[in-house]
Design a protein around this ligand. Structure first.
Ligand SMILES: Nc1nc2c(c(=O)[nH]1)N[C@H]1C(S)=C(S)[C@@H](COP(=O)(O)OP(=O)(O)OC[C@H]3O[C@@H](n4cnc5c(N)ncnc54)[C@H](O)[C@@H]3O)O[C@H]1N2
Ligand code: MOO
Length: 402
């Protein structure tokens, strides 16, 4: 059996980051920055006032000193007066600091009224300020040419505002990878439908569509097909419009494994030393338009599909998106003991509280325990060489919320 790491390395070798596209910053939320963006503008772009008040020469100041007001500098002013000894200029927040001035006295520390007021001829200060006070220096956030935003940054409203400030209206972005989800199984009926004999609700389509979105992908379709090779082939051809196809079911050794029957030869079927999630399929298929599209065939058992999505689909989506993948974890102590399959890494859905990890169901990592999956806030990892977890054992618990 292949280790989890070997399988993950194989899967990552199937794909490359999608090509970057020049994208308006405002419409880019959800993408990933493809290149470093150096600062085209200094931030702030010029020395400016942090307060509404008066630009002064700090050396002139003492409580009670009166200064001659030589001009008015609103934000957006295109020219500014020079401030000489004994002089000051009225200035607003964000307005350029005039030559000669080296500090700003807020209007509250003067004898002048705040708010809309005539420009006074003279102004008396009530409290002195030090050199540099209330002045925001050019480039004190970032200087021209310095690193602005780094490649790999997940685009966000904050990133758009940084990019605008750094001088960019468009940026090279890798869009969200497009994923098609295809669940297989003749026993599947749509959620909410009554169940006939031997039928089961299709929970994997909604599970994987949601997880892929959580992992940063755009889901272009999520549907179920029966275990009929022609039906599956036709659905797969449509799904290949995506950047990644994720299927569930039909990868084991039964007599009606439709994913295996249709794709064997192009897709590799293997066993991975993990539980749940042992049977795994992965490979690259040729889309009708000639693109090479990676496909992951996850096992059909719902908890197996869930764990496989976190362990394999998530890093592959991150790779396509041009992002580094990291899976946050915490350490927690097992609240109870349980047995684990030797030689396979176990991923157990657990609830974590007060540093204790409790399996969300007494049957632990049973791959069919879909009804209680939602109660988990992490996947506890039991290493391959452990056969019995004892109460109090320290476990790594991966987050399933980030
Ligand atoms: N003889 C062996 N049998 C099995 C082995 C094995 O090694 N030898 N491995 C077992 C393991 S482990 C797993 S996991 C499953 C994987 O089987 P498949 O990927 O082929 O999945 P199916 O047989 O289609 O379904 C398995 C199970 O999951 C239910 N299911 C499937 N799709 C959905 C869905 N969309 N929503 C909800 N539930 C779904 C399905 O009804 C089955 O109960 O194979 C074992 N067998
Ligand atoms: O690997 Mo299966 O996913 O153990 O039930």
């Amino acid at each position: 059996m292949r280790t989890v790491e070997e399988q993950r390395a194989r899967i990552l070798s199937l794909a490359e980051p999608l090509a970057a596209e020049v994208t308006p910053i405002v419409s880019a939320v959800g993408g990933v920055l493809a290149e470093d963006l150096p600062a085209r503008f200094a931030v702030p772009p010029f020395d400016n006032s942090a307060m509404d008040g008066f630009a002064v020469r700090a050396g002139d100041l003492a409580a009670g000193v009166e200064l001659v007001v030589v001009g008015d500098i609103p934000a957006g002013a295109t020219s500014v007066p020079e401030v000489g000894e004994g002089q000051c200029a009225r200035i607003m927040t964000g307005a350029p600091l005039p030559p000669g001035a080296d500090a700003v006295v807020p209007v509250e520390l003067t004898d002048q009224p705040w708010g809309q007021a005539e420009l006074p001829a003279r102004m008396r200060i009530t409290e002195a300020v030090a050199v540099g006070k209330h002045v925001r220096r050019k480039g004190e956030n970032v200087r021209v040419g310095e690193p602005g935003l780094p490649a790999g940054l997940a685009w966000s409203p904050a990133a758009a505002s940084s990019a605008a400030s750094l001088g960019y209206a468009e940026v090279p972005l890798i869009r969200r990878p497009r994923v098609a989800v295809l669940s297989t199984g003749s026993e599947l009926v749509a959620p909410g439908e009554p169940l006939g004999f031997g039928q089961i609700p299709d929970s994997n389509s909604v599970l994987l569509a949601g997880l892929c979105r959580q992992f940063g992908a755009e889901v272009i379709s999520a549907r179920a097909v029966g275990d009929d090779p022609a039906q599956f082939r036709a659905a797969l051809d449509v799904a290949l419009a995506a950047d990644l196809v994720v299927t569930t079911g039909g990868v084991s050794v039964g007599a009606f494994e439709v994913v295996r029957q249709v794709t064997e030869g192009q897709i590799e079927f293997t066993k991975v030393a993990m539980q749940p999630g042992k049977p795994q399929a992965s490979g690259v298929l040729a889309a009708p338009d000639g693109r090479k599209v990676p496909m992951l065939g996850l096992p059909g058992n719902p908890v197996s599909a869930f764990v496989s999505a976190w362990v394999f689909v998530r890093p592959l989506i991150a790779c396509l998106a041009g992002r580094a993948d990291r899976w946050p974890s915490v350490q927690a102590r097992a609240a109870v003991g349980w047995s684990t399959p030797p030689g396979r890494r176990q991923y157990v859905p657990v609830a974590v509280a007060d540093g204790l990890a409790t399996p969300v169901h007494a049957l632990g990592s049973g791959s069919h325990l879909v009804a209680t999956l939602a109660l988990a806030d992490g996947l506890a990892v039991v290493p391959e060489d452990v056969e019995q977890v004892q109460p109090g054992d320290l476990l790594t618990v991966h987050s399933i919320t980030a």
